[in-house]
Design a protein around this ligand. Structure first.
Ligand SMILES: C[S@@+](CC[C@H](N)C(=O)[O-])C[C@H]1O[C@@H](n2cnc3c(N)ncnc32)[C@H](O)[C@@H]1O
Length: 175
């Protein structure tokens, strides 16, 4: 299950490399749904489902259409937390707790601030530009994201350094 799929490039790439997985794209708006379909066709990734409307802030997921019939093995969310209001972080965690299997993983990707790690000049400038566009946007502190996860019983299992000062964070249930 992918939150905030945007163009659908990630969906197409992952699905093409993970043929055993079914991929459910989603986004808060339908603006890029045609793009998701185009990337799916280009990658020949037939196991990418049609995208669904899903605003993480909505009380019920998905926002439109029938509720999800089954829990998901993984929830993947790239580049949303810093380009949306801070409340999306808690909402993402609540949704993960509700829609993941007991061993399911929440995987987030993007730039973060970290207490004991100097922020790169590029990420500092990016943070500033985001806040200028919208005062509710901006890079989130990894520690705050992990605290929100803890509130729903999820622990940060892995922090993987990615290119261009991005991180891949893997959260799973405590027990
Ligand atoms: C920068 S794009 C990232 C797209 C894609 N994940 C990527 O990494 O290329 C941010 C996406 O977050 C989506 N988004 C913003 N607020 C959201 C919300 N409350 N719920 C779900 N998606 C949201 C936007 O519609 C947009 O597609």
């Amino acid at each position: 299950m992918e939150i905030a799929s945007g163009s659908g490039q990630h969906a197409a790439h992952f699905a093409a490399h993970l043929p055993g997985w079914t991929w459910q794209p989603s986004d808060a708006t339908a603006e890029s749904f045609a793009s998701v379909a185009a990337w799916r066709a280009l990658a020949g990734a037939g196991q990418v489902r049609d995208p669904v409307l899903l605003d993480v802030l909505a009380p019920v997921w998905p926002t439109q259409g029938p509720p999800f019939a089954e829990p998901f093995d993984a929830l993947y969310c790239a580049n949303m937390l810093h380009i949306s209001p801070g409340a999306t972080c808690a909402a993402l965690m609540r949704g993960a707790a509700k829609h993941l299997t007991p061993k399911g993983l929440l995987i987030t990707y993007g730039p973060y601030l970290e207490r004991d790690v100097p922020t790169s000049p590029g990420n500092l400038a990016f943070d500033e530009s985001l806040r200028l566009r919208n005062p509710d946007w901006g890079l989130r502190a990894l520690e705050d994201v992990a605290s929100q996860a803890l509130l729903v019983g999820f622990l940060l299992h892995k922090r993987l350094q990615m290119p261009a000062n991005n991180l891949l964070l893997v959260f799973g249930r405590k027990a």
